[in-house]
Design a protein around this ligand. Structure first.
Ligand SMILES: *Cc1c(COP(=O)(O)O)cnc(C)c1O
Length: 468
């Protein structure tokens, strides 16, 4: 305690909350984030400064020095809180449905619909002809039935909710028969066996991991199973010596035993995407045509709309879901319906490349090469820094648990710098404004323009130039 007095005098040099908030940086933060946020940041900053001074037994720090340090710390704290908020990023990973980056990018029509109908009063549950309450988002459901051939449809929050809902209503307290090859985890913690258990159903596994026969299902039905569950393994494939009964054979079997055939298809392509290189993605309408009673799929995977779980199938079954109290718990809001409706309208019109997921899938390698080459020459013209861009062949991924076997050919921008390792370039990109998300392979930072909107290229160009 001999030195107590100089330390106290340093403590006396610590600025007040008010001084900090009235500094230039404090005023800027107040304008950006509000007075109470600025005060909170100032308090937290001063608390850490006090602790620092005491712990390191700092003496002889002038008022100016401490104020400077405090301002810097407050600005840094503010920045890191800002970074934690939802932020627009430029996705250069080439993963089209990137789960960590928010999956599908919405079409211009969907964005417009969110602001035109989703954000205001709208006819969500209102029938303009009768002036009375109408079926919730009926047009959206009608679009689903039109595009899939199903009799009826219902929309809930996401596909996991849809699967849980269907199983809770039709399989609670009953046995559900499923092939061992389909007891998969889809990522994002969606595990088929867990969803089954949670919904109160009893799992009845049949067959083996690679081969399941119609007779395996039939034996389970003879023993009392009431639902046949078929799951599209999504991001997982078993190849080689495999066998599974066709959907139409399962449908015949289900009818014979008067049980429900339910397919959780997940990614759910609304159209055949094989011409874009997606060879084995099941199409919703094909499953309906094959005779499934109910099918569930995501709104924000291959459909390319907002996060939603879409249920389609027989009218009587869908109506039972609609009347069930759980529907009230799981139904989405008007933001989702407006965006989903606008996305589905693009399919109905046949202008499917309006939908960014489809447009990104449809880009072929040559088009991407041309864009990459033009990007590189724009970058190089008048640039005197050291960053180098090469074009290299590579692959993009569909992502979102779709088409694990289909890699899409692309041309990548490979960045290198004589003085900066790839990791440091990747970090600079990630910390830029807006953040640019890239990947590293063989000591090169790789950017895939497939997932970059051409309108974002000038911003990307400026960010790359600023790396030096
Ligand atoms: C992705 C997926 C889900 C989960 O869908 P969310 O929309 O993420 O809830 C469920 N089942 C299958 C087969 C999937 O591929």
């Amino acid at each position: 305690m001999a030195n107590a007095s100089p330390l106290t005098s340093t403590m006396r040099n610590i600025p007040s909350v008010d001084e900090l908030v009235r500094s230039d940086a404090g005023r800027r933060i107040t304008v950006e984030a509000g007075h109470s946020r600025a005060i909170r940041l100032a308090r937290r900053t001063l608390a850490t400064i006090r602790l620092d001074i005491a712990e390191n037994n700092e003496r002889d720090l002038s008022k100016e020095l401490i104020l400077d340090a405090a301002v810097n710390q407050m600005v840094e704290m503010h920045r890191s809180e800002e970074r934690a908020s939802l932020q627009f990023v430029i996705n250069c990973t080439g993963v089209i449905i990137h789960t960590n980056l928010g999956r599908a990018v919405l079409s211009a029509h969907a964005r417009q619909a969110i602001s035109d109908e989703g954000a205001t009063f709208c006819t969500l549950e209102y029938d303009l002809e009768t002036g009375k309450r109408g079926r919730r988002a009926s047009h959206c459901e009608d679009l689903v039935t039109e595009l899939t051939g199903a009799e009826a449809a219902l929309v809930v929050n996401n596909c996991a909710a849809a699967a849980f809902f269907v199983l809770s209503v039709f399989a609670e307290g009953r046995e559900v028969v499923i092939s061992r090859g389909e007891l998969v985890e889809i990522g994002g913690d969606f595990r088929v066996p867990d969803v089954l258990t949670q919904s109160g159903a009893t799992l009845r596994e049949v067959g083996t991991t690679n081969r399941t026969k119609l007779e395996d299902y039939e034996a389970a039905l003879d023993n009392g199973a009431r639902v046949i569950l078929r799951v599209h393994p999504s991001n997982y494939r078993i190849i080689g010596f495999t066998a599974a009964p066709s959907l139409s054979d399962l449908a015949t079997l289900a009818r014979k035993h008067d049980v429900v055939l339910y397919e959780d298809i997940g990614s759910g392509a609304l159209i055949d995407l094989s011409s874009y290189g997606l060879k084995d993605e099941p199409v919703v309408a094909a499953s309906i045509a094959a005779g499934v009673d109910l099918i569930t799929f995501s709104g924000d995977k291959l459909v390319g709309g907002p996060q939603a779980g879409i249920i389609a199938g027989g009218r009587e079954l869908v109506d039972r879901l609609r009347r069930h109290p759980l529907y009230r718990v799981l139904r989405p809001g008007k933001l989702v319906y407006s965006a989903l409706e606008a996305t589905l309208e693009s399919y109905r019109r046949g202008t499917i490349t309006d939908v960014p997921v489809i447009a990104m899938l449809a880009l072929n390698k040559e088009t991407i090469r041309e864009r990459a080459a033009s990007f590189r020459s724009r970058f190089e013209s008048g640039y005197s820094g050291l960053l180098e861009i090469e074009l290299v062949d590579g692959t993009s991924a569909v992502g979102g648990g779709a088409a694990p076997g289909s890699a899409l050919d692309t041309v990548l921008l490979a960045l290198s710098h004589p003085e900066k390792p790839a990791e440091s370039i990747e970090i600079s990109l990630r910390n830029s404004n807006p953040p640019v998300i890239s990947r590293i392979e063989n000591n090169k930072v790789l950017l895939d323009l497939r997932t970059v909107d051409p309108a974002q290229e000038p911003i990307l160009l400026d960010i790359l130039r600023s790396i030096g």
